[in-house]
Design a protein around this ligand. Sequence first.
Ligand code: BG6
Length: 471
Amino acid sequence: MSDSHSDSLVFFGATGDLAYKMIFPALQAMVKNGHLDTPVIGVANAGWSVEKLRERARDSVEKNGGLDQAAFEKLSGLMRYVDGDYKDPATFQTLRKELGSAQWPAHYLAIPPVLFGLVVEQLGKSGCAAGGRVVVEKPFGRDLESARNLNRILLATFPEPSIFRIDHYLGKLPVKNLVYFRFANSFIDPFWNRNSVESVQITMAENFGVQGRGAFYDQTGAIRDVVQNHLFQILANLAMEPPARNDSESVRNEKVKVLQAIPPVDAKNVCRGQFRGYRSEKGVGQDSKVETFAALRLEINSWRWQGVPFYLRAGKCLPVTSTEVLVRFRRPPEIFSSAGEAFSNYMRLRISPDVVDALGMMVLAPRRETMGELTELVASHHPSADEMDAYERLLADAMAGDPTEFAREDYVEEAWRIVDPILKAGTEIYEYEPGTWGPDEVDRRVLPAGGWHNPVVAPAAPEGVLQPAGG
Ligand code: BG6
């Protein structure tokens, strides 16, 4: 691998859905912010021309975030297109020609994982892989065995430092902030451990269903789609030790160590649910047993965390769309018997839709003298998480050769090891009504002491209504 900045960006699957929804807007933003001025070569097998690709790119940015005339024109000028079958070596010879004098191309595979092997092999044979990097999308395998196979395929052509496995949650600023917040503040560490923390909850709630992705989702389910990757990344950031140095491998070593300390999840610590109506979605089997909701409990058997349960929950068609962490602290000894209901202190770290770092604490309620009430000290609150889009940040990092925010081979395999037994166990699936917090059985099977914390999302203010400052 070379440490050099990539001098061209090739993206396979240029005519696909991911390109349309995420990649073109990210590319426009990269151009706008000075992160992209190399040729961008789209590859697909659709009988398109570069003009057609430009039209599609324009439509994509108009529908997903807005057109920036100057940046888009520049991007259009950088765009090239190679059309052809991935099975045909001629496609890759054309690509090699199109790459011209580029020595360090970044190849982004925005294609289904079943095609990774074929494309990577062709990149190798045609000489397009030489000096290059490969960027792959999740899902990275569907269990431990398939992830190992995929890793073998990639490693046959690219060395590990040249492989960038995308998990777009790692490109989100508030997810990065979990690590920053913990280690840039001296007051947090003394209570960030088993002595003070009672439990940790991570909830990723979405108030929509599978949005036309039924065929994909029915092969995947919530555990594979978001728990094994997005929620585990949040977990690793919350639980990792401070890295020895702030370089990519020191940071990634600490994340892997968190996963190494987690035993495989036991089927009795899982509750899977499916929203009513899922089986009538296009592409979904009529007797599908795929989960659209999962709640699970796991343990981290490390010096810092042993005995502290971590609860992870994700679901479609829940009441709100929000990803939030709740770190619940142990109760103090009871002195104030008349203080009303006692709450645990907590740290609430909201990743989306807005970004909040808050500390929950008890204070005496005004005018009620002996009664306590829960109040929140809000350390920071940004109205939205969308400073730099996750894809923009990650593609820019991959082109710059910085692997910090990408999943390393050993990390991905450890993550599958943890969920593999519950993927295979085929545990009961419970139906739930859309718009609820999952099936009732959750509270019987996987219930944190003190109950689940359900993120609250304020309805959007009607246009023209001013919001109070900081609110
Ligand atoms: C994707 C999943 O990886 O993440 C989707 O495949 C999910 O099912 C999406 O909706 C959520 O991402 P975000 O950034 O909107 O929270």
